[in-house]
Design a protein around this ligand. Structure first.
Ligand SMILES: Cc1cc2nc3c(=O)[nH]c(=O)nc-3n(C[C@H](O)[C@H](O)[C@H](O)COP(=O)(O)OP(=O)(O)OC[C@H]3O[C@@H](n4cnc5c(N)ncnc54)[C@H](O)[C@@H]3O)c2cc1C
Length: 423
């Protein structure tokens, strides 16, 4: 039997977050902001360099994230927007188009979305910049960051949960917590251990992600382009070394996407230009191309006494509408606020299970259900509609596009949902 060593510190925590990706790191920052006095621990199995170097974590790879105006407001409250804006390209306009048809729609900050953030619909930040920024910010809080710390077992107890984790030297350590937050990503082994199943819809599509060099300035335009093989997005990025840049998400049938990903750069760009058209001008470079299989995955339970799920392990969405992280951030904000309110009403101790009280977690879940259903529905309806060659669906798509082009109310609703300001 392996001996369990004491965790550095007390081995006790009010809230233990497993996973230091975008979900776990943001929740830790929000808890530190809204719930001062609570002891929060964050356990991440990968080492976290104590510098500005890129993090070797799944969340912070070569992707870029479209951060909606509503999410920027949350970063502003955390005091992080002033640092984030240095790495961010503002989205002033979203241009939606359909390949092979002349119809299209343009959504503008300030016109469709009066309540946009700082005059923008959102901003795009490379995950490789976002990761170090979030973890640097965590270094200025009381959050106990344990890394490398791989959680290997969890047992639910009367007081909450008992966590066994392995440190970098392979020693097993114990941590008792009143609330266990599962933020360990898709296919969560911890959810499996807890017997929490997920419902999955395989879109039979793959997303290729890369950075593209543009001959001319993107002017803050985010392009959403629908083709017969699947939707594509080209999102503005800040200039680097004099190069105008954009982040590409290109979805399609897995075999075809793998073939495209294996092409030499010049060939890849030629195919991309053909599929995307000339709205953003000439495409001149492409970086490393990475592929992601696409599915919708929803956990059957998100809260239990002493347990809450956040991020990809709770819901993993189609990326083309750029909603997954934004939804997660709104979940994390609501959870931290709900715990903060309970603390303000009942004091730091607030009952035996404190932040793990079932009533508190169920109230949080009820508060989040509407937004989750709306956002998941929005992301889930786009891929089948736009990935099909069926004449009927193509007709519906054109009708939708026509509606977007003509009806201000529909345009406003679409833009508000896309900007994370729908509620
Ligand atoms: C191609 C693509 C593009 C996207 N673009 C957008 C976008 O533009 N806008 C948007 O809003 N969303 C976007 N998303 C969604 C966004 O990337 C996710 O919401 C985000 O990655 C959520 O991360 P997470 O922290 O839940 O999971 P992960 O990033 O998987 O993090 C989980 C963490 O848990 C750690 N871990 C796992 N097991 C353990 C363990 N046992 N012990 C300790 N640690 C553990 C892992 O090392 C990892 O660091 C996109 C997604 C994809 C795939």
């Amino acid at each position: 039997m392996t001996s369990i060593e004491q965790t550095p510190g007390s081995g006790q925590s009010d809230i233990a977050i497993v996973g230091g990706g975008m979900a776990g790191a943001c929740l830790a920052l929000l808890l530190s902001h809204h719930c001062p006095g609570l002891k929060v621990s964050l356990l991440e199995r990968h080492p976290l360099p104590n510098s500005d170097a890129a993090l070797n974590l799944p969340s912070f790879d070569t992707r870029a994230t479209a951060i909606a105006a509503g999410s920027l407001q949350i970063f502003e409250q955390l005091g992080l927007w002033s640092q984030l804006r240095e790495y961010a390209a503002p989205i002033a306009r979203v241009q939606v188009s359909d390949r092979g048809h002349s119809l299209g729609a343009s959504l503008h900050a300030g016109r469709e979305v009066a309540a946009s953030f700082d005059g923008m619909l959102g901003a795009v930040v490379e995950n490789a910049a976002l990761g170090p920024l979030l973890h640097r910010a965590l270094g200025n809080t009381d959050v106990e960051v344990l890394a490398p710390a791989e959680v290997v077992r969890v047992t639910m107890t009367e007081q909450g949960a008992s966590i066994i984790w392995r440190d970098g030297a392979g020693a097993e350590r114990a941590l008792a917590t009143r609330l266990l937050v599962v933020a360990d990503g898709t296919g969560s082994p911890l959810c499996r251990q807890l017997g929490i199943a997920s419902e999955e819809v395989d879109y039979h599509q793959q997303a290729l992600v890369t950075t593209v060099g543009l001959q001319r300035d993107h002017g803050g335009v985010a392009y959403e382009r629908f083709t017969d093989s699947g939707p594509m997005a080209l999102l503005p990025l800040p200039r680097r070394d004099g190069m105008h840049r954009a982040a590409l998400v290109w979805t399609g049938e897995p075999g075809e996407m793998e073939r495209l990903a294996s092409l030499p750069e010049a060939e890849f760009i030629r195919h991309l230009q053909q599929a995307f058209g000339w709205r953003a001008g000439r495409l001149v470079r492409a970086g490393k191309v990475q592929g992601y299989p696409l599915k919708l995955s929803l956990a059957r339970e998100q809260v239990r006494r002493g347990v809450v799920l956040v991020g990809n392990c709770a819901h993993f969405l189609h990326p083309v509408a750029g909603q997954g992280f934004n939804l997660t951030l709104r979940d994390c904000d609501a959870l931290a606020r709900a715990i903060g309110r309970a603390m303000a009403e009942k004091g730091t101790d607030f009952g035996q299970s404190g932040p793990g009280e079932l009533d508190l977690l169920q109230a949080y879940w009820r508060e989040r259900q509407h937004d989750q259903q709306l956002t998941i529905g929005f992301s889930d309806r786009i891929p089948p509609l736009f990935a099909s060659r069926s004449l009927l669906l193509s007709g519906l798509r054109q009708a939708g596009m026509l509606g977007l082009a003509l009806a201000p109310a529909l345009r406003a609703g679409f833009a508000r949902q896309a900007a994370g300001l729908a509620l």
